[in-house]
Design a protein around this ligand. Structure first.
Ligand code: FNR
Length: 352
């Protein structure tokens, strides 16, 4: 039984083969950004308010047009069948039961249409070299009822994830990128001293993706468009000026550019640059209800949670994990004297 979201990591570590645990847990390079995410979140203080007269805080919000029971969505994460035979279908159904959005990865291991049928979803797009494939994925996502498009821009190439290199990590035969099955399958071919998923990314993803491409995407789709992987306030401003609806302040959970700042440290300047008329989500290192409050107090509209939900998936505990997170947000709001999320945004923040 888990008492906090972080407890699922050890339970999953006991249940999973080492190379799969490492693929999920790992970051890039010497994992400095990975550990910085946690250190920076832990350093944020929130000053609680007293005598607020609150017994039942209101956690609900609207995120990119979707009603959500709390300011949390499930981060897009590839290949969830690595963790559980029902993968994305199980986690998306749990998100629907919990009343929060689920983000479908381009590299999901079930077809996006099957996942979208489980509940409210957004679709995450990777910039593939094949433009026709991008158009077809965007059309399929809209057709399947995904409520928004999150385009991830921090993977021109995959960060060098040394755990995967050391493990010569490759996908098992039964785990495929179900949305793009016709594509090259080198992700399955183990090569000593290489990560096969990194090799696949290198051949499938367009490294030279640019602002022109983003403008094209904005013109191509009517869906709300959010750009994931933004850290610099100048990039954030430009994304919004170009007509996008929001940004995800993210360093990809420390898996891409090692040396990047913690997302939570990048958040404030981004919020200052874009103002209040767009959606600013945050991910990377969120592990508790308290972290959710920290992000909102620093100006986020909501957060994406990644690895803890994959750990819970591995031990068949996704409903429990989402229930635990909701309880933590509730408790933190009561202790901080917040009747609703607007009050969380008014809390005084500091750095310990
Ligand atoms: C990811 N992430 C990711 N992001 C994305 O845009 N598309 C994807 O397919 C994936 N795949 C993926 C797989 C795995 C195993 C992990 C751990 C992460 C990044 C993800 O969306 C998110 O940015 C981070 O996971 C957030 O950090 P935490 O919560 O895991 O610390």
């Amino acid at each position: 039984m888990a008492e906090t979201l972080t407890d699922y990591e050890q339970l999953a570590a006991d249940a999973l083969p080492q190379h799969i645990y490492d693929f999920v847990a790992g970051g890039s390079g010497s994992e400095t950004t990975l550990s910085r995410n946690r250190a920076a979140l832990d350093a944020i203080t929130l000053t609680p308010r007293m005598l607020a007269g609150v017994a039942e805080p209101d956690l609900s919000c609207t995120l990119l047009g979707l009603q959500s029971t709390m300011p949390v969505a499930v981060a897009p994460m590839a290949y969830q069948r690595l963790l559980h035979p029902e993968g994305e279908l199980l986690l998306a159904s749990a998100a629907a039961t919990a009343g929060i959005p689920f983000v479908i990865s381009t590299l999901s291991s079930f077809p996006l249409e099957k996942i979208a049928a489980c509940g409210p979803t957004w679709f995450q797009l990777y910039w593939l070299r094949d433009r026709a494939l991008i158009t077809s994925l965007v059309d399929r996502a809209a057709e399947a009822g995904c409520g928004a498009l999150l385009v991830t821009v921090d993977v021109p190439v995959m960060g060098r994830r040394l755990r995967d290199v050391r493990n010569s990590f490759a996908l098992p035969p039964d785990v495929v990128a179900a949305n793009i099955v016709d594509m090259v399958t080198e992700a399955h071919s183990a090569v000593p001293g290489l990560s096969a998923v990194a090799a696949h990314t290198a051949s499938a993803f367009e490294p030279a993706v640019s602002w022109d491409d983003l403008e094209w995407l904005r013109r191509t789709t009517q869906l709300p468009l959010v750009v994931k992987g933004i850290l610099d306030p100048r990039d954030a401003r430009r994304v919004i000026d170009l007509g996008a609806d929001g940004v995800v302040v993210s360093n990809h959970g420390g898996r891409q550019f090692d040396g990047a700042p913690a997302s939570i440290d990048a958040l404030g300047p981004v919020v200052d640059a874009v103002g209040n008329d767009c959606t600013v989500l945050l991910d990377s290192g969120v592990r508790s209800g308290l972290d959710v409050l920290r992000a909102l107090a620093l100006g986020a509209s909501g957060v994406l949670v990644g690895r803890p939900l994959l750990w819970a998936l591995a031990v068949d505990a996704v409903d429990e994990a989402l229930g635990l997170l909701r309880q933590e947000v509730w408790d933190a709001m009561l202790l901080a004297g917040c009747a609703d999320l607007a009050a969380v945004g008014e809390l005084t923040t500091g750095r310990a």
